[in-house]
Design a protein around this ligand. Structure first.
Ligand SMILES: [Fe+2]
Ligand SMILES: [Fe+2]
Length: 261
């Protein structure tokens, strides 16, 4: 059985509906991306890879679920540096998404991690997350593993963004290289599509559902690329077919004078 996933990331919704970030109405851009994803058939799960919220407000997560629910596919999420990580680790009153679980779908195991350092923009996997990852890999019954986190574990090539990457990438690599089961690592945070094969593992990022960062820029720079998502088809053999799809048109209204976010 093939496993089909949609990766949505970095929607940066606010407590207040329709509030703009760097010029963009992040509610509207997420809705446009979800409309596009509505054409996908036989999707098994949506993976939302962090920064769902800009401010960690309950209302922002409730609207995220309201916007994405029409796809009628289970939503699994993990936190980014703008999210409230407490929601990920234990059920909380009124929070509309589940806390973490590992997904076993067909011949695949999908392992969701928390790479957030509270109050910081860079990422780091706590020892408890590294232990969780090792346990999930060790006990995966021969499944192929897809590892999912928010921060980029390898450099993207944009210097300013790479100061905010996963700091303990060495410890992460030590774990995933211990077992020959990881086929790919996917993440958000960098607001651009990036793919690199390294030691037999494919590393992939995804466009944000709102604004994009310019690839290979030294300092903070926005890109005119349109919002989108990544579609992944995980094959029983362990191979992956994947494609990034972007909305055909959207009025970004980017505020290019902004020097950060
Ligand atoms: Fe983000
Ligand atoms: Fe982020």
């Amino acid at each position: 059985m093939d496993v089909k996933l949609i990766q949505l990331s970095d929607s940066h919704l606010h407590e207040q509906p329709g509030k703009r970030l760097i010029g963009i109405d992040t509610d509207a851009s997420l809705r446009a991306v979800v409309d596009l994803a509505g054409a996908e058939e036989n999707v098994n799960a949506i993976l939302a890879t962090g920064d769902l919220s800009q401010d960690g407000s309950l209302q922002s997560y409730q609207r995220f679920v309201e916007f994405v629910s029409p796809l009628n596919v289970p939503i699994h999420w993990l936190p980014g540096n703008h999210d409230d990580v407490d929601y990920f680790h234990a059920p909380q009153d009124g929070f509309p998404l589940s806390s973490r679980s590992t997904l076993d779908l067909g011949a695949w195991r999908i392992i969701m991690l928390d790479s957030v350092v509270p109050g910081k923009d860079h990422g780091k996997l706590a020892q408890s997350e590294l232990d969780y990852l090792a346990d999930q890999m060790q006990d995966c019954d021969g499944r192929h593993c897809l590892v999912v986190l928010h921060h980029q574990p390898i450099a993207t090539g944009a210097d300013w963004l790479d100061t905010m990457q996963l700091y303990n990438d060495g410890a992460f690599f030590n774990v995933i290289q211990q077992y020959d089961t990881v086929r790919a690592v996917i993440y958000g945070h960098v607001h651009q599509a990036f793919v690199k094969d390294l030691d037999g593992i494919r590393f992939m990022s995804v466009p944000s559902t709102c604004f994009q960062f310019k690839p290979d820029s030294v300092g903070f720079a926005l890109d005119d690329a349109l919002p989108g998502y990544r579609c992944l088809v995980l094959k029983e053999s362990g191979s992956i077919e994947t494609e990034v799809r972007r909305v055909a048109e959207f009025d970004l209204s980017l505020d290019k004078d902004v020097e950060g976010y």
